[in-house]
Ligand binder design. Structure first.
Ligand code: AMP
Length: 502
C-alpha cells in the first residue's frame, strides 16, 4: 500500500455505500466527503505544509472538521486535534511544544489566538462549525484531485495530547499502524459492517470519538449520524435510525433519566459501547432492565488506543472492562518491581501491541519512564485480572491514597458509598493529614431531590471497612467536576479540599 492509513480508511469508499454522514441539515456521501478532503489537502499544501508537518486543529465538530483529518492522512501531515475547551494560554503550550506550522480555529477564537500563533511561528486560518471561514474559502478554489502522498505504516499519523488530569499534557505520537491495527481489531470484535449506522455524539478531538468511532466506521464503510454533542432530545430522535451507539457513561445515565428511553426505541440497535471512564455496575444493570441491551464496556487511552473489551458474544460482565483485544498483551504488575502478579491481586496494568504509541513528542525521559524497552506501556491504571481473563480497573495509580503507610484504593470505598441509600455517586481522594500524611476524604453526591445522612454513611463505612480506610470526613457536593470525556477530575477535588483534614 502506498499510504496505508489513507488507503485503508478512506480511498476504498469511492463510489461505495452512498451516505457516509447524516448531519442535521444535509447528508454527505463518501464521494463528496473525500472530494472535500482532497480540496482541504490542496489547501493545507498551499500553506506550505508537507508530510510530517503538524496541523493543529481546534474547531467545532463538523463534517469539515473530520475532512481535515482525512486531508492530513492523504497528505501525510500529522493531525493534531485540540480540545475545543482549551484557552489561548493552553494553546500557546501546544503550538510551542508541537511546532505546528498551521492552526485551524473558530472565528470566535481568532483574535485571542493571533498573537499566540505568531509567537510560535504557526499560520492561523479559520474553519467554523458551519463549514465557513477563510480556510474553507481557500479550499473551495482548489482542485478535488490530490495525489495521495506515499507513507509508511510506521510514519506518524496523529498527535493527541493527553488530557493532563495529572500534570502537563504530553503529545502522544501515533503511527499509521497504531491506528489501522486498532480499527481492524475493533471492527472485527464488534462485528461492524457497512450495514451499520453509528450514533456519533462524542467529540472528535479525543481518541474515543475520533479513532474508535470514526476509524471503525470508515474502515467498514458504515454510516454515522454525526451530532455536534450529546443532547438527550437529539439522541432519542436518532436511536431508532441507528444500529450502534458509542458513548461515555454519562450518555447512558442521561438516556436512563428519560422515560421515553425504552425497548421499543432501541429495537433496531445491535450494540451500545461505553468507555473513557468507569461505567457503574448499577448503570449496566439498569440499562439492561430498561432496554434489553447489555452495554459493552471497553478500556483504552490516548497512548494506546483500545486495549481490552468485553465480548460481543458471551458474558459482558458489569464492572469489568473485559479481556485484552486480539494482538494486545496485558499484564498486572507490581508497581515497584514490575513483576507480574497473581490473578486477583491489584497492580499496575501494562500493555503491549501494535496499538501502543511511539512515545511522547520531544519527551524522551517521560517516554522512557512509561514505555519499557520490551514494548510494554505502563498505563498507570490499577487493575486486577480474574482467573478467566477479565480485567477490572480499580483506579488510577496516581489516585492511590497512602495513609499512615497503608494503601487505600479509592474504588473500594467509592463502591461502598455508591451502594448506600440516596447516594448517586461518590469520589474518594487523599488529602493532607497532620498525622497520617494523607487521610481519606469521601465526597458524596445525593440522588436528585434526596438527602443523605452523613452520620449514617460514616456508620455504614465503619461496619465494612478497616479503620484506616474509613473516610475521616464525608462532604456532600451537588455534582462532581468532570472533563468532557466524563472523567471525574480528582485533581480539582484535591485542590478544593486540600485543607479539609488539617
Ligand atoms: P484518555 O487518554 O483521555 O482516553 O484517558 C484514558 C484513561 O481513562 C485510562 O487510563 C483510564 O484511567 C480511563 N478509562 C478509559 N476507559 C475506561 C473504562 N472503561 N473504565 C475505567 N476507566 C477507563
Amino acid at each position: 500500500m502506498k499510504n496505508p492509513l489513507y488507503d485503508s480508511l478512506f480511498a476504498p469508499h469511492w463510489g461505495n455505500h452512498s451516505t457516509f454522514l447524516y448531519l442535521p441539515d444535509q447528508d454527505l456521501s463518501f464521494d463528496d466527503f473525500l472530494k472535500l478532503a482532497s480540496k482541504f489537502a490542496n489547501a493545507i499544501a498551499s500553506f506550505g505544509l508537507v508530510a510530517g508537518d503538524r496541523l493543529a486543529v481546534q474547531v467545532e465538530k463538523s463534517a469539515e472538521a473530520l475532512a481535515v483529518y482525512a486531508a492530513c492522512a492523504q497528505s501525510g501531515v500529522v493531525f493534531l486535534p485540540l480540545n475545543t475547551g482549551y484557552t489561548a494560554a493552553e494553546i500557546e503550550y501546544f503550538l510551542g511544544n508541537s511546532g505546528a506550522k498551521l492552526m485551524l480555529c473558530d472565528v470566535k477564537a481568532y483574535e485571542s489566538l493571533f498573537d499566540v500563533a505568531q509567537s510560535s511561528g504557526a499560520k492561523l486560518a479559520v474553519l467554523n462549525g458551519d463549514g465557513s471561514g477563510d480556510f474553507a474559502e481557500k479550499a473551495k478554489e482548489q482542485s478535488a484531485d490530490f495525489q495521495t502522498v506515499e507513507r509508511d505504516q510506521d510514519d506518524l499519523a496523529a498527535f493527541l495530547y493527553t488530557s493532563g488530569t495529572t500534570g502537563r499534557s504530553k503529545g502522544a505520537m501515533l503511527s499509521q499502524k497504531n491506528l489501522i491495527s486498532n480499527a481492524t481489531v475493533l471492527a472485527k470484535a464488534w462485528w461492524f459492517t457497512n450495514a451499520d449506522t453509528l450514533l456519533h455524539a462524542l467529540p472528535i478531538f479525543h481518541t474515543h470519538g475520533l479513532f474508535v468511532a470514526c476509524n471503525i466506521s470508515l474502515l467498514t464503510s458504515a454510516s454515522m449520524i454525526f451530532q455536534a454533542k450529546f443532547n438527550l432530545e437529539d439522541a432519542l430522535a436518532a436511536l431508532p435510525k441507528s444500529t450502534v451507539m458509542m458513548g461515555v457513561p454519562t450518555f447512558y445515565t442521561r438516556l436512563l433519566s428519560d422515560a421515553r428511553f425504552n425497548q421499543d426505541l432501541v429495537k433496531h440497535m445491535r450494540l451500545f459501547v461505553s468507555g473513557s471512564a468507569p461505567l457503574l455496575a448499577e448503570t449496566h444493570v439498569e440499562f439492561e432492565n430498561r432496554s434489553g441491551h447489555k452495554i459493552l464496556e471497553r478500556y483504552g487511552m490516548t497512548e494506546t488506543n483500545m486495549n481490552t473489551s468485553n465480548p460481543y458474544v458471551g458474558d459482558r460482565r458489569a464492572g469489568t472492562v473485559g479481556m485484552p483485544l486480539e494482538g494486545v498483551e496485558a499484564k498486572v504488575c507490581d508497581a515497584v518491581t514490575g513483576e507480574t502478579l497473581a490473578n486477583g491481586e491489584i497492580g499496575v496494568l501494562e500493555v503491549r501491541g501494535d496499538n501502543v504509541f511511539q512515545g511522547y513528542w520531544q519527551m524522551p525521559e517521560k517516554t522512557a519512564e512509561e514505555l519499557r524497552e520490551d514494548g510494554f506501556f505502563i498505563t498507570g491504571d490499577l487493575a486486577t485480572q480474574s482467573d478467566d481473563g477479565y480485567i477490572t480497573i480499580v483506579g488510577r495509580g496516581k489516585d492511590l491514597i497512602i495513609t499512615g503507610g497503608f494503601n487505600v484504593y479509592p474504588k473500594e470505598i467509592e463502591t461502598l458509598l455508591d451502594d448506600q441509600p440516596n447516594v448517586l455517586e461518590s469520589a474518594v481522594i487523599g488529602v493532607p493529614h497532620p498525622d497520617f500524611g494523607e487521610g481519606v476524604l469521601g465526597i458524596v453526591v445525593p440522588k436528585s431531590g434526596a438527602d443523605v445522612d452523613v452520620a449514617q454513611l460514616k456508620a455504614a463505612m465503619a461496619q465494612k471497612l478497616a479503620k484506616f480506610k474509613q473516610p475521616k470526613k464525608i462532604v456532600i457536593m451537588k455534582e462532581l467536576p468532570r472533563n468532557t470525556m466524563g472523567k471525574v477530575q480528582k485533581n480539582i477535588l484535591r485542590d478544593q479540599f486540600a485543607d479539609a483534614l488539617k
